[in-house]
Design a binder for this molecule. Structure first.
Ligand SMILES: Nc1ncnc2c1ncn2[C@@H]1O[C@H](COP(=O)(O)OP(=O)(O)OP(=O)(O)O)[C@@H](O)[C@H]1O
Ligand SMILES: [Mg+2]
Length: 329
């Protein structure tokens, strides 16, 4: 029996922008078991980061509202009801996050080692500075940083982008979180380093039993790493299933479009790569029915009027009227 770590139910997140209330994420549901990786994919602006940051309540509370109906069950505890003190305890201890931009999360005026030691000591006041430093060096070694003894004495600007991202991963793992949320952890990196970092993240799930939410717009990255996948479009999940469901039997026209736009080596593809025409609609111009209807070649009048809702066939969920029907996509 798999051990369930996280269950997100009917997540809705809105922002107060001027006099308007704009909903960035709606009807998002997924779950994650211990030691597993879920990939969240979708184009820019689809609500991936908002989904992730709302789990840790890092969306600015002054402008954002999480729906009353939403539940975020973490090891059985509903985080939507947790106090701010409890959330501070959870952040960095039980759930760690690696952000999209590593430079903005490291303090430029402190040495790498001092920032890491500080992090260890806020969670474990008994530990000596020497023992904490040893832990830092060990963790930097694990994430593949050469000469970690020297690197701990350096400042963030002395490291390359790839190294800074590895430092972020090392910091996120120092407290051995149960859940690691990695928001585009490899986007700024070149392909070889990207592969190494994904391998590191994947090996951690085996070594420590960490569960991972991996956010990316790169389907290739997800294919390599994730056990389950949720595809988001314009604030909603449009397809959700195992990696096999998504990659071998994709059913939502949007997922199929995303998969067709991955370049494949040796496929004999020539000329231009496939692109999905049009753009993700803005938060204040969402179509009434299926949100993808404005870009979908199959859309009919019903799609423009009515949200199809998530339809499940053996746990593979798709938000499309055509799904489950004979002769469907
Ligand atoms: N603080 C905020 N106030 C108002 N709108 C916001 C805020 N944060 C995010 N949004 C809006 O919510 C929507 C989803 O944004 P989000 O950052 O989750 O996208 P994303 O899928 O992570 O995109 P990317 O791939 O570019 O990182 C966007 O339309 C964005 O403008
Ligand atoms: Mg994002």
């Amino acid at each position: 029996m798999e051990e369930r770590l996280l269950e997100v139910k009917d997540l809705k997140v809105s922002f107060n922008v001027g006099k308007k209330k704009l909903t960035a994420v709606e009807n998002v549901e997924f779950s994650l078991d211990k030691g597993k990786v879920i990939g969240i994919v979708g184009e820019s602006g689809c609500g991936k980061s908002v989904t992730a940051t709302s789990i840790l309540r890092l969306v600015p509370p002054s402008v954002s509202v999480i729906g009353k109906e939403s539940r975020i069950l973490f090891a059985g505890e509903d985080l939507t009801k947790a106090s701010d003190v409890r959330m501070r305890e959870i952040r960095g201890n039980e759930i760690s996050m690696i952000f999209q931009e590593p430079m903005s999360s490291l303090n430029p005026v402190y040495r790498i080692g001092d920032q890491m030691i500080e992090m260890i000591r806020t969670h474990n006041r008994q530990i000596t500075k020497k023992a904490a430093l040893d832990q830092c060096v060990d963790m930097l070694k694990r994430v593949g940083i050469p000469s970690p003894e020297r690197r701990v004495r350096e400042f963030p600007h002395q490291l390359s982008g790839g190294m800074r991202q590895r430092v972020m991963i090392a910091m996120a793992l120092l407290c051995q979180p149960k859940l690691l949320i990695a928001d585009e952890p490899t986007t700024a990196l070149d392909v070889t380093i990207q592969a190494q970092i994904l391998r590191i993240i994947k090996s951690l799930t085996n070594e420590f039993g960490t569960s991972v939410i991996l956010i990316t717009h790169d389907m290739g990255v997800v294919a390599e790493t994730a056990d389950n996948v949720m595809v988001m479009y314009a604030g909603k999940s449009v397809e959700y299933g195992t990696a096999e469901d998504i990659f071998d039997h994709p059913a939502h026209p949007y997922t199929i479009g995303l998969l067709n736009s991955i370049p494949r080596i040796g496929s004999g593809q020539k000329g231009h790569l496939y692109t999905i025409e049009g753009a993700v609609p803005g938060l204040d111009e969402m179509p009434k029915g299926c949100r993808f209807c404005t870009r979908c070649q199959y859309a009919d009048t019903r799609c423009m009027e009515e949200d199809p809702g998530m339809r499940s066939v053996n746990g593979h969920m798709v938000r499309c009227f055509r799904y489950g029907k004979e002769g469907s996509i």
